[in-house]
Design a protein around this ligand. Structure first.
Ligand code: NAD
Length: 245
């Protein structure tokens, strides 16, 4: 029973964010008890404890990871901040700290929220598979650090040591409480900036409903076992067809 209780305890780093909160709500609905680790607390929910801190601080992380066997890492500075030093500190150095803290706390599984942009070279991708190479020229410095972050996490997968990792790559996420995607489109439309088309209007872009992204994360976590092909792999996640934009 002790191991069963432990296996239903998980932590969500970035659990106060848009995706993180949806993930936490779904985990609670599935009977998990959840520790949220984030710089801020944006809500309250039964079955959820909040640990406030910066993920670059290993000691702070360690206290949130006590007794936790499964960790979701979905914290990142906002891409719009365009702050190279911050992306490097949090997404790269901070992810190394997360990995260290996980190993020290005896965590068994880590699910990373990566991004589909890690394989985007500026040309349309349709039906892109996970064997596409990482972008040689990432579209921005945020994506540069998402590539490094994903490599760090997938390389850390070690069946012998009993530490398994997997990454989920969504592109644009939409759904209730989205702070970015739809509000930005609305703001641009209000400002009259939706009159311009870059290209001939046939550029492809992919959006995924937040609950599908959450479902992908939970399936990955639950199916991640030493014998499963998920170990150390990244998975694209999408709704169905990309849209023309
Ligand atoms: P969000 O900004 O809503 O949430 C991110 C959370 O991380 C915030 O609550 C923030 O406080 C926390 N955070 C940031 N830096 C931290 C630090 N140093 N220590 C502790 N907590 C910190 O973002 P989101 O849209 O929910 O994105 C979640 C993840 O999904 C990110 O990894 C992002 O790269 C990825 N992603 C998002 C989208 C999208 O369209 N929203 C698309 C692809 C990938």
């Amino acid at each position: 029973p002790e191991s069963r209780i432990r296996s239903k305890r998980c932590a969500v780093i970035g659990g106060s964010g848009f995706l993180g909160r949806h993930l936490v709500e779904q985990l609670v609905a599935r009977g998990y008890s959840v520790s949220v680790f984030d710089m801020r607390q944006s809500y309250e929910l039964q079955g959820v404890t909040f640990h406030l801190g910066d993920l670059c601080d290993k000691q702070a992380l360690l206290s949130a990871l006590q007794g936790v066997s499964l960790v979701f890492h979905c914290a990142s500075p906002a891409p719009a901040s365009d702050d190279r030093a911050l992306f490097q500190r949090v997404n790269v150095d901070g992810t190394r700290t997360v990995l260290q803290a996980c190993r020290e706390a005896g965590v068994q599984k880590l699910v990373l929220t990566s991004s589909a942009s890690v394989v985007f070279e500026g040309r349309d991708i349709k039906d892109g598979k996970e064997d596409l190479p990482y972008a040689k020229k990432p579209i921005d410095c945020y994506t540069e650090t998402k590539i490094q972050q994903e490599k760090l996490v997938l390389d850390a997968c070690d069946k012998e040591k009993g530490f398994l990792t997997v990454a989920i790559r969504p592109h644009g996420i939409f759904g209730p409480r989205d702070p970015q995607l739809v509000p930005t489109l609305v703001e641009m439309a209000r400002g009259g900036k939706m009159k311009f088309i870059i290209g001939d209007g046939s550029n492809l872009v992919d959006f995924t409903f937040v609950e599908n992204v959450v479902h992908g994360h939970i399936l990955a976590a639950e199916l991640l076992r030493p014998e499963s092909p998920l170990c150390g792999q990244a998975y694209h996640i999408t709704n169905d067809e990309p849209v023309r934009f």
